[in-house]
Write a protein that binds this ligand. Structure first.
Ligand code: HEC
Length: 163
């Protein structure tokens, strides 16, 4: 009875040591060229933007003709509409940082920026409304319009990637 229990305890203990050892190695590697952590406002904005990308990529795969998951299409169009609705609030005044590509013009040209947010919100709402009809070609066309609004805002208000 005691033998197996002891062996198991030993295995768990060894695994724990390996885990601690690996974590130590990973952080040692990461520290050599890691940038300072993003402040929460910047981290949140970037995560929201990556979620925009993930929903767009999901829709492109779903609408390509090979997959038949209509409820998933509606999930991603609804999520993009929701992202559009809250996007005005992911650019709080002064949320600049060396790690951020948000341009000062977001806060210097507030009306122009607000117009871009509105165009994006409108396009995502239209996308979700059209998706309810269930025709992939129409949804794809509406998605193309959404992607144009992503690009327009990036061109006007996102700094080029650091070299
Ligand atoms: C109203 C303006 C605006 C709209 C609309 C917009 N973006 Fe962005 N996006 C930005 C800005 C500004 C940044 C830079 C954010 C930062 O670095 O702080 C950014 C960054 C990103 C990033 C990089 C995130 C990271 O991890 O650094 C991705 C990916 C992205 N956007 C995708 C999209 C997609 C896809 C859409 C449309 C579905 C979209 N964006 C719509 C302004 C916008």
């Amino acid at each position: 009875m005691h033998g197996p229990v002891k062996r198991w305890t030993a295995v768990v203990a060894a695994a724990g040591v390996m885990l601690v050892g690996n974590t130590g190695n990973l952080s040692a590697q990461g520290d050599s060229n890691r940038q300072a952590a993003d402040p929460p406002a910047v981290a949140y904005r970037k995560a929201m933007m990556r979620s925009n990308s993930a929903h767009v990529s999901s829709l492109r795969a779903l609408l390509g003709g090979e997959l038949n998951l209509p409820a998933h299409v509606l999930h991603h169009t609804a999520a993009l509409e929701a992202n559009g609705r809250i996007s005005a609030h992911i650019f709080p005044e002064g949320s600049t940082h060396p790690n951020s590509r948000a341009m000062d013009e977001i806060w210097n040209k507030k009306d122009e920026f607000a117009a871009q947010v509105t165009v994006f919100a409108d396009a995502t709402r239209t996308l979700n409304a059209i998706a309810q009809r269930g025709f992939n070609d129409q949804t794809l066309a509406a998605l193309t319009v959404v992607r144009q609004t992503c690009r327009a805002c990036h061109t006007a208000f996102r700094k080029p990637a650091a070299q």
